[in-house]
Design a protein around this ligand. Structure first.
Ligand SMILES: NC(=O)c1ccc[n+]([C@@H]2O[C@H](COP(=O)([O-])OP(=O)(O)OC[C@H]3O[C@@H](n4cnc5c(N)ncnc54)[C@H](OP(=O)(O)O)[C@@H]3O)[C@@H](O)[C@H]2O)c1
Length: 289
């Protein structure tokens, strides 16, 4: 990799992108952040980005301009965007035109799930990339531990851990901090050409398991309760989430209700050179610190 050329990160100011930028910057890598709000340039710089490219995923010219001159790109699409396949296809094609050394596509664990629309969209994006002739690495992260953050105050207030799926199905939750570190390693190091990596955490946890861990850590009695789909929809509407996204979230939660989302931590352990962090370690670091 030419150290004088930056790595482009899209979705740069989101939950994932911001941590990926910091992980790259911590290793003194030049980072170009693709952002859509001009007034957020300083935010990107504060994370460690050395350059900022302003634009929009729907604007090809801004994408082309952002990709030009970068060694590698980490493409992180906004979650559940119905245009995800089309956006990713255009970015892949711009990478080919710009002779980008490698495109790292931030996908999801088990994109083959047919009943979850955004997994389907990511699968189609992966298929286009693999067939395009563009050098690539595909990352398939599991569900983040960080989903605990927005419900934390409610848990403490009510003593109930409540997500809109069964309290018994299991998830290989993964710490976003580990994912950012792994994404940076994969982007910087050679040897990841043409690879697809499943990135999952070390434990299989249900809501019951999470409530037990939280009870032990806080000394409070925390119980698990499945939020009903009706409650979930009412919450989503109050929070003005667009109707199409609510439908996608409902489909995902229905899948989780029956199957959970389970993967294997071996690849992430290999990339990090250590065991990925446990849920307990995450809670101690990011919630109870
Ligand atoms: N959450 C999970 O458990 C999980 C698990 C596996 C994979 N993933 C995947 O991780 C990815 C990132 O999720 P996230 O939660 O980090 O996203 P996020 O926090 O919602 O951030 C999305 C970013 O994309 C930017 N953006 C939105 N629309 C744009 C547009 N039209 N043009 C340019 N930029 C635009 C947003 O800009 P603004 O800052 O201006 O709003 C924001 O910075 C998603 O693809 C998701 O499927 C998530």
């Amino acid at each position: 990799m030419d150290p004088n050329k930056p790595i482009l990160v899209t979705g740069a100011l989101g939950k994932t992108g911001s941590r990926v930028i910091s992980a790259l910057a911590n290793r003194n890598i030049k980072v170009r952040a693709f952002i859509r709000r001009k007034d957020a340039a300083n935010q990107a710089k504060a994370l460690g980005a050395t350059e900022v490219a302003c634009g929009d995923f729907s604007d090809d010219k801004s994408l082309q301009f952002a990709i030009e001159g970068c060694s590698r790109i980490i493409h992180i699409c906004p979650p559940m965007d119905p245009r995800e396949t089309e956006i990713s296809k255009r970015i892949t094609d711009h990478c080919l035109t710009s002779k980008t050394e490698r495109m790292i596509l931030y996908s999801v664990l088990h994109p083959l799930l047919q009943d979850v629309p955004h997994h389907n969209n990511k699968l189609a994006a992966e298929r286009h990339l693999v067939n395009s002739g563009q050098n690539f690495t595909i990352l398939q992260p599991s569900r983040y531990m960080q989903h605990l953050i927005p419900i934390w105050n409610k848990i403490i207030e009510t003593g109930v851990h409540s997500m809109p799926f069964s309290i018994e199905t299991k998830f290989s939750l993964v710490d976003l901090e580990d994912l950012a570190e792994a994404a940076a390693t994969i982007a910087i190091d050679n040897g990841h050409d043409g690879a697809t990596y499943e990135l999952a955490g070390p434990e299989k946890l249900s809501q019951i398991d999470m409530a037990r861990i939280l009870s032990d850590l806080t000394g409070k009695n925390i119980q698990a309760r499945a939020k009903t789909m009706k409650e979930f929809k009412a919450w989503a509407e109050i929070n003005e989430i667009p109707a199409a996204r609510i439908e996608t979230m409902v489909a995902m939660n229905r899948h989780y209700d029956v199957h959970g989302l389970v993967g294997n931590p071996n690849v992430l352990s290999w990339i990090l050179g250590r065991t990925p962090r446990t849920f307990e370690e995450f809670v101690k670091r990011e919630i109870l610190n």
